[in-house]
Design a protein around this ligand. Structure first.
Ligand code: DGJ
Length: 731
């Protein structure tokens, strides 16, 4: 956005400003969210969009500022059920005396400048009659144009108040048309982008799976105004709930044509009773806005995540070889040390031993036994994990290990010792999924066990520097032997809070360990969990063709550096599809490159290609992992072509990835215009990651940024599963 970047500083650094002003502004460098808070009246949303220099006219903007009628035509920023508000409310309470309505009014607010990038605003609302308090917390990130919102509820009533629905945010917009982009999917087919025009009524995107909530859909969404989302123009809003449990996102077009976007914890079977003085804290909704299309949304969120919501977001990630698809459960010490030898020969920097290394009485030789018994399997690995970790280090690599500490197989010592720790619904039969049960993380004893599992695994060797944390089932038939009979509906919330408290303890003790977020592939890709992790396993589907679509969608919100993308064998184990090794590498190089195959199977030319590709990736990765991602052409548009360009922050370097995913006519070339370059700079173009050299006429030529962005390149790819990688360096 090209508007004045100078921020109005409305409070001194470190000091809080308490005000009863009519207008409350939550502002970033380029975005304003403006509320109207008159003491004793409803808090209205006046504006959310491109930053406004002058906001005084809102005083007589009658079409926005509504009288205090608590009706559906108002623009309450946080509407509660009550009065004439017939839409889905942000808040639904039952007060201690049984009254089901609430009328929130503005009381006061504070703003605090945390540092030169962060400003926190807290708006205090209260019911007009009851001592029921709602604090809206906003954090504005100036440089990243991100605003997060969370809500804290408390009360001082004589008796419990039941919270039946409490959204993290509620945004009202007005336009002629609204287009929603959301991301449905399933195991091995995560994040399938779908865009639809919203019509009157309610569109709901939700999860009730408790754990592994990001696979059927994702809480991350885009709303484009007045037409489908465009990449480099148009007004687009984005939101993503930083929460690893059930969520509900509602997009309600009312009879006046306004769109109300409400998002938060899913209220399904989740009513919570709170005693006076107790607090309920919602997860954060991460919001951003762009008037330059979807591209800016991606830059905002990637920059924000790398700075504030991803472990080690400023450090490049190592190249990984993971043992799963190369060995599955079928290995012994020799198989693993051979893999380490081969990985080292390829220049891989991190070897990760996946599932199958633990359990003695109930050995983990398949997915039916051993989960919960986190002792090394002495038969498979007689010299222990320390030996393997030292072995990897002796070969110049680091060592990582897989765990799934929230789960238990019925065939395990743990299940016999602590059957009460299993999530269960009274006397109903337990329903195993992938032969396993979920441990009840609402129980502090289970939280301790999960922490200790991580801790004890790390204690097996000082040379363990990476952990892959998996979770291969979701919650069904929920219930807890720990929670009281009248507290069962706390389960969903307390489970995730329990999980986060374990993550906190782990991060406090192990700040340097790299942790991968995995849940049957990409089942937990959300900003709530990502904050504690370095990366996520994008999908169990490692087929490069499918990965193009999965990674494309994930990278609209989540950074490429956090997207674990592994080259696997051909035919692919999930799809049976055969793809050239170059194509597979080119796709994986768009994220955090890794390999997931038996490296011995790569022989001859393929071995040499893989070696060179790993070497090349190390050269390119600062641009891919720390630069800006510009999408050129989508894999979803059906033309059989797609491409992206990654540009370094200083615009001195770029890497273009281009793919042909089907057979095109012989004469056809793939014409693309680049983005994000400096028009005034000259760039040397080199085709890289080739099989036996480049025959592209542009190879070795110098182009201006202007030419590359305005006239563009004509790439000679058109055969099925052909691809090109171009490296541009400033001259
Ligand atoms: C599911 C993960 O997504 C896979 O990568 C692998 O770790 C298996 N679990 C192991 O059981």
């Amino acid at each position: 956005m090209k508007i004045n970047k100078k921020l109005t500083i409305f409070a001194m650094i470190g000091s809080a400003l308490v005000a009863n002003a009519a207008q409350i502004k939550v502002e970033t460098g380029d975005v304003s969210l403006i509320m109207d808070g008159e003491p004793g009246s409803a808090l209205n949303l006046l504006y959310f969009g491109e930053k406004l220099a002058n906001t005084s006219e809102f005083a007589y903007a009658w079409h926005i500022t509504q009288p205090d009628t608590q009706d559906e035509y108002g623009r309450e920023l946080y509407p509660a059920y009550g009065g004439r508000f017939f839409l889905n409310p942000a808040l639904k309470l039952t007060h201690a005396d049984g009254v089901m309505t609430t009328q929130l009014v503005y009381r006061s607010h504070e703003q605090k400048v945390i540092d030169d990038n962060l400003t926190e605003t807290v708006v205090h609302l209260q019911d007009k009659l009851y001592d029921a308090r709602v604090d809206l917390h906003f954090v504005a990130y100036k440089d990243e144009d991100v605003i997060t919102q969370s809500v804290v509820f408390s009360h001082g009533e004589k008796g419990d108040v039941t919270v039946e629905n409490i959204a993290s945010s509620y945004i009202t917009l007005k336009a002629a048309d609204y287009y929603l982009t959301h991301f449905h999917g399933t195991w091995a087919r995560e994040m399938q982008l779908t865009e639809e025009r919203l019509t009157p009524g309610v569109k709901v995107v939700e999860s009730k799976k408790g754990v592994r909530t990001a696979q059927s859909d994702n809480s991350a969404f885009l709303v484009s105004l007045d037409g489908p989302t465009r990449e480099y123009s148009g007004e687009v809003y984005a939101g993503a709930l930083a929460w690893t449990g059930n969520y509900k996102m509602q997009f309600e077009v009312d009879e006046a044509g306004l769109l109300h976007i409400s998002g938060g914890i899913n209220p399904f079977a989740s009513a919570i009773s709170l005693a006076a003085g107790e607090e309920f804290v919602t997860p954060e909704m991460v919001l951003t806005y762009s008037n330059e299309g979807r591209s800016e949304i991606t830059h905002n969120l990637h920059d924000w995540a790398r700075r504030y919501n991803l472990a080690h977001g400023d450090e490049v990630r190592p190249v990984v070889l993971n043992s799963w698809e190369g060995a599955y459960f079928d290995f012994d010490e020799k198989v693993i040390t051979d893999m380490i030898d081969d990985a080292a020969a390829f220049g891989v920097e991190m070897f990760v031993l996946d599932d199958g290394w633990f359990g003695n009485e109930f050995p983990r030789n398949g997915d039916n036994a051993g989960l919960g018994d986190w002792q090394v399997n002495k038969k498979k690995l007689p010299h222990g994990i320390g030996y393997l970790a030292d072995y990897a280090v002796s070969k110049g690599m680091k060592f990582g290990i897989w765990i799934e500490p929230e789960m238990v197989n019925p065939d395990s010592k743990l299940a016999r010792r602590h059957p009460e720790w299993i999530v269960q619904s009274g006397k109903r039969d337990l329903l195993p999924m992938r032969n396993q049960h979920l441990l009840d993380l609402s129980n502090p004893e289970v939280q301790d066990f999960v922490f200790e599992t991580f801790d004890n695994v790390l204690k097996m060797s000082p040379n363990i520097s990476y952990v892959k944390w998996d979770a291969n089932r979701h919650a069904d038939n929920v219930g807890s032997t720990y929670l009281a009979a009248d507290e069962q509906s706390r389960f969903w919330y307390d489970y995730i809070r329990g999980l986060y408290s374990v993550y906190e303890r782990i991060r406090a003790k192990y700040p340097d360990v790299l942790i991968q977020l995995c849940s049957s592939g990409g089942g937990r890709v959300d900003f709530g969990a990502l904050k504690y992790h370095d990366e996520f396993w994008a999908s169990d589907n490692t087929n490069a063709l499918d990965r193009l679509c999965i990674q494309y969608s994930e990278n609209i919100f989540f950074p490429a550096m956090a997207t674990a993308a592994h080259v696997s064998t051909s035919p692919n184990h999930q799809t049976g599809m055969m793809l050239p090794l170059k194509f597979r590498f080119d796709v994986a190089m768009m994220g955090r490159l890794g390999m997931e195959l038996q490296p011995k199977q790569l022989v001859g030319d393929e071995r040499e290609f893989a070696f060179n590709a790993v070497k090349l990736y190390k050269e390119l990765r600062p641009v891919i992992q720390l630069g800006d991602l510009y999408r050129i052409d989508s894999p979803y548009d059906g033309d059989g072509y797609c491409s992206d360009v990654y540009v370094s922050k200083d615009r001195s370097e770029a890497v273009v990835f281009a793919f042909s995913t089907t057979y095109h006519n012989r004469t056809q070339s793939y014409d693309i215009k680049l983005h994000g370059l400096d028009p005034a700079k000259n760039y040397l173009l080199r085709e890289v990651n080739t099989t036996g050299g480049s025959w592209y006429p542009g190879n070795g030529k110098v182009y201006s940024g202007e030419f590359l962005m305005k006239a563009g390149l004509s790439l000679p790819i058109g055969g099925a599963f052909t691809s090109m990688v171009l490296h541009l360096t400033e001259q």
